[in-house]
Design a protein around this ligand. Structure first.
Ligand code: MV4
Length: 450
């Protein structure tokens, strides 16, 4: 096992990784920017190294600075958390060259999944269902018109180097295709330095459902059920749950088996998330794969009882899944996560500043992942997620009841947060009935508050 790990992240996920290291008896090294001197991940780490000024580009995203810290502290491995450098294949390659284990898949596999069009082909080969669409990258407008005719309108153009909703265009008829093709191509080229596009049939009101996987270095892959992530706004998830109310044991097993053979074939190693869209008929279609631990991983931990971050570290150290996981993985009850962001609950504008009062809820079935504290300062430079409130119950109704009362008992003063928004979502009849899709928040925010 590793003796010392560097945590290349901040905020709640840096603390989450720190917890895993402590439980495994591994020393941890925090890195921090000048804005994070008083952060909890610094306080609780065994060592801490300041790596630069507040802006991420000059600190947490500065590869030479991160690698220098790893060398000075003489660590065996680096855990990247989510965001920041977590899906940067070049960073993983520099780690390899510096003889520091990057806790994640190989750079080659990260690159494959980073090219969305190639990931689609890889999944299709293994029998994972994908949407009807183009084969390979689309070179020009004429090719796009041909594919659209074959697939049938409406279609969606996506950037191969994109993901997470950037650089997409929905096309409803041939006459608007040339203009939107050009727009998508230049947007992708500007945003990702690569204008490659591909096309899919467009699903009007999908649900976003993702599968959690764990894969070791010995060719073993396990799936740990799914998460429902349809409650989002502008591609930012607000609330996630596991299991999905629309999933059946048959569909879960069918998709799980296909993913197992696909990821074994590819040589995937690490925790990972495979994203699907569910159409109106309840069928799943692969869209993309994320090679990192995700923000919403706790809901899977709550229903499976498996510590995903400890699993990542043990996998990276060479342990087999058979030694990490129980013989039979049982899914128990239902879990929901509310993302608490330092934002105005209606305007969604960032709200940085000092927290003047802070009370975390607790009690049966309640978990809070956070690095916030009374008198702590939320800097304006980073992601606005300040806490994750997670509940677990025998069933969905109990998880919702626990969430409602936990949200009432969660006090954050001095800054605006999304807590009031979540309190309102908990009372929404469609949410309570499990009747929603990715357009839920648009409808919810358009309706007058109750
Ligand atoms: C789609 C789609 C409809 N049809 N693809 C947005 C984020 C990116 N990961 C994929 N996205 C979408 N792809 C087809 N073929 C609708 C979306 C989409 C969406 C997907 C998941 C969660 C929220 C979303 C919000 C708007 C659009």
């Amino acid at each position: 096992m590793f003796k010392k790990i560097l945590i290349a992240n901040r905020g709640e996920i840096a603390l989450r990784v720190l917890c895993a290291c402590k439980e495994l008896g591994i020393r941890c090294v925090a890195i921090y920017s000048e804005a994070d001197r008083n952060a909890l991940h610094v306080r609780f780490a065994d060592e801490a190294i300041c790596i630069g000024p507040p802006r991420s580009a000059e600190s947490y995203l500065n590869i030479p600075a991160v690698i220098s810290a790893a060398e000075i502290a003489n660590v065996d491995a680096i855990h990247p958390g989510y965001g920041l450098l977590s899906e940067n294949a070049n960073f993983a390659e520099v780690c390899d060259a510096s003889h520091v284990k990057f806790i994640g898949p190989s750079p080659d596999v990260m690159r494959l999944m980073g090219e969305k069009e190639k990931a689609r082909v890889a999944m299709k080969k293994a029998g994972v269902p994908i949407l009807p669409g183009s084969e390979g990258v689309i070179q020009n407008e004429d090719e796009a018109l041909e594919w659209a005719k074959e697939v049938g309108y409406p279609v969606i153009l996506k950037a191969s180097a994109g993901g997470g909703g950037r650089g997409m265009r929905v096309i409803r008829s041939a006459d608007e295709l040339p203009r939107l093709f050009q727009a998508a191509q230049s947007e992708a080229a500007a945003a990702f330095g690569n204008g490659d596009l591909y096309m899919e049939k467009f699903i009007e009101r999908p649900r976003h459902i993702e599968f959690q996987v764990l894969a070791d270095q010995h060719g073993h892959v396990t799936t740990l059920g799914e998460r429902e992530c349809s409650i989002q706004r502008r591609h930012q998830k607000l609330l996630e749950e596991s299991p999905s109310v629309r999933m059946t044991p048959e569909l879960r097993k069918q998709i799980g088996d296909k993913l197992q053979s696909c990821l074994t074939e590819i040589g995937y190693v690490n925790a990972g998330t495979v994203e699907f869209l569910m159409d109106e008929d309840g069928s799943l279609h692969f869209i993309e794969m994320n090679t990192r631990i995700q923000v919403e991983h706790p809901v899977t931990e709550m229903v499976t009882g498996i510590d995903l971050v400890k699993s990542q570290i043990r996998i990276a150290a060479g342990e087999k899944l058979s030694g990490i996981l129980p013989e039979k993985i049982e899914m128990r009850g239902h879990s929901i996560e509310c993302r608490i962001n330092a934002e105005h609950p209606e305007k969604f504008t960032p709200s940085a500043g000092k927290i003047t009062a802070f009370n975390m809820p607790g009690g049966t079935g309640v978990r809070v992942d956070t690095a916030a504290y009374t008198e702590g300062v939320i800097p304006p430079y980073y992601d606005s997620l300040i806490a994750k409130l997670i509940t677990h119950g025998r069933d969905r109704d109990e998880a919702i009841a626990r969430m409602s009362r936990a949200l009432e008992m969660f006090i954050v003063e001095g800054i605006h947060t999304t807590i009031p928004l979540h309190r309102r979502i908990m009372t929404n009849p469609d949410f309570r009935a499990g009747e929603f899709d990715t357009k839920f928040m648009e409808r919810f925010l358009a309706a007058p508050p109750m």
